[in-house]
Design a protein around this ligand. Structure first.
Ligand SMILES: NC(=O)c1ccc[n+]([C@@H]2O[C@H](COP(=O)([O-])OP(=O)(O)OC[C@H]3O[C@@H](n4cnc5c(N)ncnc54)[C@H](OP(=O)(O)O)[C@@H]3O)[C@@H](O)[C@H]2O)c1
Length: 350
């Protein structure tokens, strides 16, 4: 946290009024702001830069922040949240999400992970705690992108439910108000949904114009699970190691560019508008004030026309960006094996 910001924090009277940002009502009755700020700086932005952006975003009207222990910046973001709350922002007006990482699924570890996130974020409850991935496979830090962890294995209902039951206990204990899933498929949901005592309020999933996941989106809505959309702009400046030659670029799509021209905005803003108008909650990342403010503003004014929404619905390229190849088990073939493409969960025997 830079000293200047720490000393200068005050709610900007000329920022966006948080009460003008629409909300989505969840199955618990809680309301989540329709746009959140992503906080995964990858290796492009320091923890301090991300925390400064969180503080600047809150000063200017953001109330929803998407965090995760694996982003390794929760202590710095916690400092920003503390300064904001000391500066007059009420805790109950903030929506703070965190997530349990894959190496903390074992018995007792989910509580430890949640407690650590609460300590780091300097909070006594979370609005939302997500199971970041539906399996305990993880990738040792610094490990080669193509290497496989010998402990990784296919999805297991028993393992998933043992972790989910720990998530449910966090609700019972009052440490988290909502729990949810991330990176799920319909096939996996079908195996676990009926077994869940507390149903997920949220499924956080990759959603952008070139990756619309319409079936999973519809499944979530039918089951009263609100989708949060990550990589809403198609993560255009992600590191090269996370790009493949077949990946497409949402913000260069002629349909997106045409709508951006009409509105006089960056194509990124069109992606955020499309997300909000379709009904998911996007969590675009940026540390640049002009960008994160135009993303929040996009939920408030100048909506896309019906014909633009219809045209964007037709540009789905089924281009998944977060492929998850680092979570594959030893005899898996390729990243597609993680995503149950033909409706079957590979390697899982009922
Ligand atoms: N649950 C999960 O498994 C999961 C997975 C991935 C991500 N996430 C969450 O989703 C968040 C967002 O995903 P992401 O950061 O990968 O991708 P993204 O939000 O689609 O793209 C972020 C990039 O878009 C550019 N951008 C943002 N707003 C812009 C604007 N108004 N005009 C022009 N350019 C703009 C910025 O580029 P520059 O930085 O170059 O300005 C920024 O780095 C993450 O931070 C994280 O919180 C969750």
């Amino acid at each position: 946290m830079s000293k200047n910001l720490r000393q200068a924090f005050k709610i900007n009277p000329n920022g966006i009024k948080p009460e003008t940002v629409p909300c989505k009502t969840l199955r618990t009755g809680d309301e989540i702001p329709a746009v959140g700020l992503g906080t995964f700086g990858s290796d492009r932005f320091s923890k301090e830069e991300v925390a400064d952006a969180v503080l600047g975003a809150i000063a200017n009207g953001y109330r929803h922040i998407d965090c995760a222990s694996v982003y390794m910046n929760e202590p710095e973001i916690g400092e920003a949240l503390k300064i904001a709350m000391e500066g007059g922002v009420k805790r109950e007006d903030l929506w703070i999400t965190s997530k349990v990482w894959n190496d903390m699924h074992k018995q007792g570890d989910v509580l430890l992970s949640c407690a650590q996130s609460l300590k780091d974020l300097k909070l006594d409850y979370l609005d939302l705690f997500l199971m970041h991935w539906p399996f305990p496979n993880y990738h040792a830090p610094g490990c080669d992108g193509d290497s496989r962890n010998p402990d990784s294995r296919p999805f297991s209902v028993e393992e998933f439910m043992a972790t989910w039951q720990q998530m449910e206990r966090l609700v019972d204990m009052g440490l988290v108000k909502n729990i949810g899933t991330s990176n799920m498929t319909i096939a996996k949901f079908n195996e676990v949904y009926d077994l869940m005592r507390i149903k997920p309020s949220i499924n956080e999933m990759e959603l952008h114009p070139h990756f619309q996941q319409q079936e999973l989106y519809d499944w979530c809505i039918e089951h009263d699970i609100q989708p949060i959309g990550f990589c809403p702009i198609g993560s255009p400046t992600r590191p090269d190691r996370d790009k493949t030659e077949n990946d497409t670029v949402d913000i260069e799509d002629p349909v997106i560019v045409a709508a951006a021209k009409r509105l006089g905005v960056h194509p990124a803003v069109v992606c955020v508008k499309w997300a909000v108008q379709r009904g998911q909650v996007p969590i675009p990342f940026s540390v640049r004030e002009n960008e994160y403010m135009s993303n929040l503003q996009s939920a408030i004014d100048n909506p896309l026309k019906d014909e633009e929404m219809e045209a964007i619905a037709k540009i789905d390229k089924k281009c998944r960006l977060i492929k998850g190849q680092v979570f594959l088990w030893e005899d898996a073939d390729s990243w597609e094996d993680l995503w149950d493409l033909d409706g079957k969960i590979l390697g899982y025997n009922k």
